[in-house]
Design a binder for this molecule. Structure first.
Ligand code: PMT
Length: 400
């Protein structure tokens, strides 16, 4: 059983989604976990202690004070747990958690917990979109807590939008992944900004200049960084790659200029920047408003230089650890080392189109990594494995 012997403390707060907690408790117990439930006083309006204690096979606590003058120790509850899950987490409970407003058993237990904390928010769409909720979620993430984002759909108010608590299967998966992952959380608390994929530079409304990048390398890096505990901002050009990892925030862009703009929206927050995108170096000077007609035998398109996103990141670097890529076809090492220096990088990953199975489109890549003082060569591997090698190397550099 995948949760055998795990001690899961569930804190339920007062929202309609509380009814879903029954399914989750049953699932955790079936998988071998021990489940202890605590609730805010308002949660009792939505679910009963009896139904929950029947499923969890333990008494449910809602108050500091038990029967006959006993004391429900929040400290004992907190220290017992391997993980704490707050689900559903209302706007009120979230706000109390991040601001230390310790006026009930759930918050006192949360503040005494030393274990990882998972939060599954649930509220109406406008409350979820409110700047104060967004800030509170960011604060919770900055404490290292895992947010299991609310989903889109019909809400108790009858409105449709984002705010529904994640389905029990999604929450269970996040927790099982956590327990079953043997990946060390070396990037916990760090924000990693990754560029991926190609950029498309419009010629007219139907044509563009692009390249063969699929985005695979960048998405593999994003997945691996998030498995290591990082919050990932993934800025990708057009790509059919998908991700649904809760720690990856995907921003889709089309052109180099859009990618530059998006990168600098988040750059200050990033601890590590990784530029795996194949950015078009040039873009048409003018974009034709209408589809260009096939009149003459020749067509000349004037191109102008695109911004060099990574070079700008290097120039504006304050605390970031910067990783560039070099895609080369000749004088590979020399060119890669020149880019490392010119773009003010901490390390560069070289892939050469002369190596079979390396570079774009393939599921595989073959890389060499350079820092100003080191060089390391790797075999041909899947891009998922290459992402691990790159982040292992980053880990060792960050420890220096
Ligand atoms: O997407 P896949 O199909 O998986 O393929 C992966 C990949 C081959 C695209 C990837 O491994 C890779 O090599 N990416 C960098 C491609 C590239 O544009 O290399 P470059 O040597 O031209 O650029 C050097 C560095 O500057 C790169 O980090 C690039 O992202 C960055 N750059 C380049 C030009 C520009 N205008 N802005 C940039 O930020």
């Amino acid at each position: 059983m995948s949760l055998s012997g795990k001690k899961i403390l569930i804190a339920v707060s007062g929202g309609i989604a509380a009814y879903k907690i029954h399914f989750l408790i049953r699932d955790f117990i079936k998988k071998g976990a021990e489940v202890q439930v605590i609730m805010t006083p308002d949660a009792e309006q939505f679910v009963t202690k009896l139904s929950i204690s029947t499923l969890s096979k333990k008494p449910v606590y809602t108050d500091f004070y038990g029967d006959n003058g006993t004391w429900n120790s929040h400290v004992e509850l907190a220290l017992w747990a391997d993980i704490m899950l707050v689900a559903p987490c209302t706007a009120n409970t979230l706000s109390k958690m991040v601001h230390g407003m310790c006026d009930n058993l759930v918050i006192a237990t949360y503040m005494s917990a030393k274990c990882p904390v998972f939060i599954a928010p649930a509220m109406d769409l406008d409350m979820y979109a409110h700047p104060s909720t967004k800030r509170n979620i960011e604060l919770a993430e900055s404490f290292g807590h895992v947010i299991i984002p609310a989903e889109n759909g019909e809400l108790a108010s009858g409105l449709i939008g984002q705010g529904r608590m994640s389905e029990p299967e999604t929450i269970a998966k996040a927790i099982e992944d956590f327990f079953n992952s043997d990946t060390k959380k070396t990037l916990e608390g760090k924000t990693v900004l990754i560029t991926a994929g190609p950029t498309y530079e419009a010629i007219d409304p139907v044509r563009f200049i692009g390249n063969h990048s699929s985005g695979k390398m960048g998405f593999s890096l994003a997945e691996e960084a998030s498995k290591r505990g990082a919050k990932v901002i993934l800025i990708s050009g057009p790509s059919s790659e998908k991700t649904d990892h809760k720690n990856i925030e995907l921003h889709k862009v089309t052109s180099a200029k859009e990618m530059l703009e998006k990168v600098f929206e988040f750059y200050d927050k990033a601890d590590i920047g990784i530029a795996s995108a194949a950015v078009a170096d040039y873009a048409p000077k003018e974009v034709a408003k209408e589809k260009i007609k096939k009149n003459d035998d020749h067509l000349t398109i004037e191109l102008v230089k695109n911004p060099d996103i990574l070079k700008t990141m290097g120039e504006k670097k304050t605390h970031q650890f910067l990783v560039g890529f070099a895609l080369e076809t000749q004088n590979e090492e020399e060119n890669a080392k020149a880019k490392l220096e010119k773009k003010n990088l901490n390390m560069i990953v070289l892939n050469s189109l002369r190596d079979e199975g390396a570079g774009f489109k393939n599921e595989t890549n073959k890389i060499k990594i350079f820092t100003p003082t080191e060089k390391k060569e790797f075999e041909l591997k899947s891009k998922d494995e290459v992402a691990k090698d790159i982040l292992d190397f980053v880990d060792t550099q960050l420890l220096k």
